[in-house]
Design a protein. Structure first.
Length: 370
């Protein structure tokens, strides 16, 4: 089925441009063999935007991103920008996009491909077949809520403070994303907080439990304290399907879950906003978890798989193209059996660069699509 959807492509800096070029070959394949056409627009972000316009995100690129159906992002940053003023640093472009697009739901899957079981620091039996999703609230809680600051005290000491506040609507909107995700996956949801010691946690638990009762028919639901969740993630991570949690706990738990997979070049992510009232689809940005890897940029050796899997998430969550997302993910798993970039190389496989890895995935798509 043909479809015209608008993607804003922001390759960024360093290996961002290399892995995005590789991603275009996957998009071309879908156009050629699945008649899936995207309306693509490319823009500058990060250091590249600073070099061209003196700002890491121009108003025009921001407006185009907001007007698009989804943003496909590479990576930003580089040592040449380290001395820029805070507001001009490449990473500010990324943060401004997240903030202006109100992307409050951060999806971080942790999947262990059979071929990469040995890359994890955990025992193979603990991680083999792992496929979990951490959903982190991204716009509220202790990283944003007021009051926050550092104050001088009358006794001459200083006080640093943040507020972990959540309102009912903030909890409900991330809760709805969580229910939707669980519905699209294995139908199991664990909500994580510290209701035993934090008032924000008490409200979080009350609101999530009520939301599940009202809107979560068919979804198996439970609550868990964040400290226990951290322990369970390394003890028996396969017990989870979807975990939903606040900004602070999500930051910690998603990094912990990500490292169960053992490889930075393999980790995709999605950041979603509220669903559009007309289309029902959210504003969204998809990006690999890794950065611009200046140490290997320009050498043609970057692993493009986190970028491809971010694009697979775009197919699934922005365009309801689950079959194509499955095809791409299965092709990645197939390619990994024989072919690796240097960062995930193991004896017995053929080592290749970005182009070779891309070709291996495209060949696997050819085979699997037959
Ligand atoms: P990084 O993720 O860029 O690199 C860490 C290490 O992992 C490096 O050795 C790198 O070569 C390797 N690596 C990362 N991605 C890889 C891939 N796809 N294939 C093979 N190897 C890969 O983190 P860093 O070195 O701390 O940061 C470099 C720059 O990226 C900094 O300017 C930082 O601020 C920025 N950064 C950007 C983002 C983003 O754009 N979302 C995220 C993290 C860091």
């Amino acid at each position: 089925m043909a479809s015209n959807r608008k993607i804003m492509v922001l390759p960024g800096d360093g290996i961002g441009t290399e892995i995005m070029k590789a991603n275009m070959r996957i998009i071309d394949w879908l156009a050629k063999y699945r008649s899936i056409d995207f309306d693509m627009q490319e823009g500058l972000v990060g250091g590249a935007a600073y070099d061209a316009h003196g700002t890491p995100l121009s108003d025009e690129t921001l407006a185009d991103s907001i007007a698009s159906d989804a943003v496909l992002f590479g990576a930003v940053g580089g040592p040449e920008y380290d001395d820029l003023a805070f507001e001009l640093k490449p990473e500010r472009g990324l943060l401004a996009l997240r903030k202006e697009m109100d992307l409050f739901a951060n999806l971080r899957p942790a999947m262990v491909f059979p071929a990469l079981v040995d890359a994890s620091t955990l025992k193979p039996e603990v991680v083999s077949g792992l496929d979990i999703m951490i959903l982190r609230e991204l716009c509220g809680g202790s990283y944003f809520a007021e009051p926050r600051g550092i104050e001088d005290q009358p006794d001459g000491t200083r006080k640093g403070f943040d507020t972990n506040a959540y309102t009912t609507p903030e909890i409900e909107r991330i809760g709805r994303v969580a229910l939707d995700l669980a519905r699209k996956r294995d139908g199991r949801l664990v909500s994580v907080e510290k209701a035993n010691v934090m008032h924000s946690g008490v409200l979080w638990r009350e609101v999530m439990t009520a939301l599940h009762a009202a809107e979560g028919e068919g979804i198996e639901y439970s609550n868990m304290y964040a400290d226990n969740c951290a322990m369970q993630l390394v003890r028996n991570p396969k017990q989870f399907d979807v975990i939903v949690t606040d900004n602070l706990f999500g930051d910690l738990l998603s990094d912990c879950a990500a490292m169960l997979t053992g490889s930075l070049g393999m980790l995709p992510s999605a950041s979603l906003g509220a669903p559009d009232p007309e289309t029902g689809l959210p504003k969204a940005m998809y990006e690999p978890v890794h950065g611009s890897a200046p140490d290997i940029a320009g050498q043609g050796i970057a692993n493009p798989l986190a970028q491809f899997m971010s694009f697979a998430m775009m197919l699934r969550y922005s365009f309801n193209q689950g079959d194509e997302a499955d095809l791409l993910e299965n092709a990645v798993a197939t390619a990994l059996k024989t072919t690796r970039t240097g960062d995930i190389m193991t004896p017995g496989c053929t080592q290749t660069g970005t182009d070779g890895m891309t070709e291996a995935v495209l060949n696997a798509m050819d085979q699997l699509a037959r």
